[in-house]
Design a protein around this ligand. Structure first.
Ligand code: UGA
Length: 430
């Protein structure tokens, strides 16, 4: 099938590369000429395991092409996926300006039937707005359909999530749209749910909100564990063994970050309020998440006493492992608070340092590896659970530190082992 992807960010690029991998002819469009130039050379602008190789293979096989123009892509394809950004406004509402602009441009270039699929995470009823925008901007009377097909891709495993998803959700209004999308997804083995567009839009917001709620729930439980001397990991294991609950997304830590959960929760809260629904539960989820970072910072300052002039090593900057994404990463607030207190921060992340440099500049010293972050430090923080931090020679780490104090914000180490090695060790909820 011939597919146009409008917006070649994380979602668009993975979607485009994977559809090409499945044998379709795909054109990925983006208004950033620098990004398009990189992609034409087979270079991925983002770090996502397996993606760059997939882009290169499909470029070579001529199933994948890149362009900075929407109009030619609309003319030569039948299905158009809208994958542009929907950043948050100051009040938490999703900013749909780009979705609107892109829909208008698609309409103006349409000369025969097109299926326009919203894949960006959008508030419920956006499908109706896309419909209206297309209807009012058509230059010629042509048939078209609008559909919703939310993405459930996790950064760091997006390619795998695309090719082996838990489910595929299709929000459609016509049999024709359903038939096209069923055919497109035929090579992927997964339960397929067909709904109306609004339900499909809500499935995405409800899924991300539920997962965020699970994390805030276990983070709240971690507080009582800490207060009474229980172990949150054991509690999570015991709770998660109940199949109705499930064990995933019950890892206590310093809260969720990234450009999906915080933003989608805020947008969902906003749309509920606008629709006269009390989003109280979701507001609590966000509040607990915020307080979890503050609690971690308070713990550090309580245990280290005077922070001014101390050196702290930070391991991990990305909002989670296997990505270089720093957007709304808990590390930002934690490091900013330490800097404000007069701490010297030595930080290391296997992938995210180029982005972190843009945020902190010279205020933070970026080092070559985890051991360098430990050198002369009064404490070491585990902020992102990269696999390589699990493999560290902890005896060597201890020797390099001024004071062997570890605040493990992701519970990657065993408290008993750490104490046995002579560390003063603080985990989350245990
Ligand atoms: C999330 C969803 O998992 C995807 O299904 C969805 O498609 C995507 O958002 C999106 O809307 O685009 P992502 O943000 O890449 O994916 O990352 P997750 O793996 O879900 O992690 C989100 C945050 O939760 C991270 O900061 C992570 O450290 C934190 N987390 C996760 C916890 O603190 N505890 C857990 O048990 C799990």
């Amino acid at each position: 099938m011939k597919i146009g992807i409008i917006g070649s960010g994380h979602v668009g690029l993975v979607t485009g590369a994977c559809f090409a991998h499945l044998g379709n002819e795909v054109t990925c469009v983006d208004n950033d000429p620098h990004k398009i130039a990189l992609l034409k050379k087979g270079k991925s602008p983002i770090y996502e395991p397996g993606l760059e190789e997939m882009v290169q293979t499909n470029l070579k096989e001529k199933r994948l092409s890149f362009s900075s123009q929407i109009a030619p892509a609309v003319r030569k394809t039948e299905i158009l996926f809208v994958c542009v950004g929907t950043p948050p406004k100051e009040n938490g509402e999703a900013d749909l300006t780009t979705v609107g602009n892109v829909s208008r441009q698609i309409a103006q270039s349409m000369t025969s039937y097109r299926l326009i699929v919203e894949k960006s995470t959008v508030p419920v009823e956006t499908g109706e707005w896309i419909h209206r925008t297309i209807r009012t901007n058509l230059r010629k009377k042509v048939e078209y359909d609008v559909a919703s097909n939310p993405e459930f891709l996790r950064e760091g495993s997006a390619v795998q999530d695309f090719l082996s998803p838990d489910r595929i959700v299709l929000g459609v209004e016509s049999k024709r749209a359903e038939k096209i999308l069923r055919e497109l997804y035929r090579p992927i083995k997964a339960p397929l749910l067909v709904t109306d567009i609004k339900s499909s839009e809500l499935i995405k917001h409800a899924s991300n909100s539920f997962l965020s709620a699970k994390i805030s729930f276990i983070n709240l439980v971690s507080r009582i564990c800490e207060a009474v001397g229980a172990d949150v990991q054991k509690v999570a294991e015991g709770v998660g063994l109940d199949q109705r609950i499930g064990k995933n997304f019950l890892s206590a830590g310093i809260g969720f970050g990234g450009f999906c959960f915080p933003k989608d929760l805020s947008a969902f809260i906003h749309i509920m309020e606008r629709s006269g629904v009390d989003p109280g539960l979701l507001k609590q989820v966000l509040e607990i998440n915020e307080s979890q970072k503050k609690y971690f910072i308070e713990k550090i300052s309580k245990e280290l006493w005077n922070l001014r002039g101390k050196t702290i090593g930070v391991l991990g900057l990305a909002f989670k492992p296997d990505t270089d994404d720093m957007r709304l990463a808990p590390s930002i607030e934690i490091i900013e608070s330490l800097l404000k207190e007069g701490v010297r921060v030595h930080a290391y992340d296997p992938q995210a340092m180029p982005h972190a440099r843009k945020i902190f500049g010279k205020r933070v010293t970026f080092v070559r590896n985890a051991y360098e972050a430990a050198r002369g430090a009064d404490a070491l923080l585990i902020v992102t659970e990269w696999a390589e931090f699990l493999e560290l020679d902890l005896k060597r780490v201890k020797k390099m530190m001024r004071q062997a104090v570890v605040f493990d914000g992701r519970n990657i180490y065993d408290p008993k082992r750490m104490q046995g090695l002579g560390f003063q060790y603080y985990g989350v909820g245990r």
